[in-house]
Structure formats: structure tokens, C-alpha cells
Design a protein around this ligand. Structure first.
Ligand code: SF4
Ligand code: SF4
Length: 102
């Protein structure tokens, strides 16, 4: 069973919600590595473990559940993020924030 990522990038628009990804917040909840024009990750091959579902499973969940269950839980989380809609739920950009991409 493969994890079916639709590349909606909703998770990348809310990195402030997770402690492991919050450091990549450009100031409004969106990851500084997200290419919003092409809906992709600029550092995909070097993205952190927190952005790798297979790595997360091996590191934290293998002992607790099957891969199939883990995929189902993640897919349900994706649907919840997608239901919020693009931009909904993200934080406003502070006026003092430098929003240049890395
Ligand atoms: S929210 Fe889910 S489906 Fe969308 S890009 Fe992230 S992992 Fe993929
Ligand atoms: S590093 Fe890449 S995959 Fe991870 S949140 Fe940022 S844009 Fe998304």
C-alpha cells in the first residue's frame, strides 16, 4: 500500500502546527521551502525527516501500528487539511517579517 500524496501542499502551508516543522515557518505558517508557483518543495531531496512519511513511520510508529494503518491515518489528516482550503487557517504575516524565500 502506497501513500497517495496528491501534492496539494496543504501540509507545507501549515508547518507552524508541528513542532518538528515550525522552524521552517516563513512567518505566516507557510514553509519557506515551498514553491507556491509550481506546488513543490524546493529541497525535496534534502527535506527533513518530518516531511518523509516513510521515515516517520520507521522512526516513531512501526512498533505501534501497521504501515497500512499509518497511511490511512495520514490520508485522513490530509483530507482534513484540504477541507480547510488553501490559505485558510494560516497565520497572518507579521508586518516585520522578511518573507523572502531561502
Ligand atoms: S497534505 Fe497530504 S496530500 Fe497534500 S501534499 Fe501534504 S502529504 Fe501530500
Ligand atoms: S521542506 Fe518541503 S516538504 Fe517539508 S514542509 Fe517545506 S516545502 Fe513541504
Amino acid at each position: 500500500m502506497a501513500f497517495a500524496c496528491s501534492r496539494c501542499m496543504e501540509c507545507c502551508r501549515r508547518v507552524h502546527l508541528l513542532a518538528d516543522t515550525a522552524a521552517m515557518d516563513r512567518g505566516d505558517g507557510v514553509c519557506r521551502h515551498l514553491d507556491e508557483n509550481n506546488a513543490g518543495c524546493r529541497i525535496y531531496d534534502q527535506r527533513p525527516d518530518a516531511c518523509r512519511i516513510d521515515r516517520q513511520y520507521e522512526l516513531h510508529y512501526r512498533q505501534a501500528m501497521s504501515w497500512e494503518t499509518f497511511v490511512q491515518i495520514n490520508e485522513a489528516g490530509c483530507k482534513q487539511l484540504q477541507a480547510l482550503g488553501v490559505g485558510e487557517g494560516t497565520r497572518a504575516i507579521p508586518a516585520s517579517t522578511d518573507n523572502r524565500n531561502t
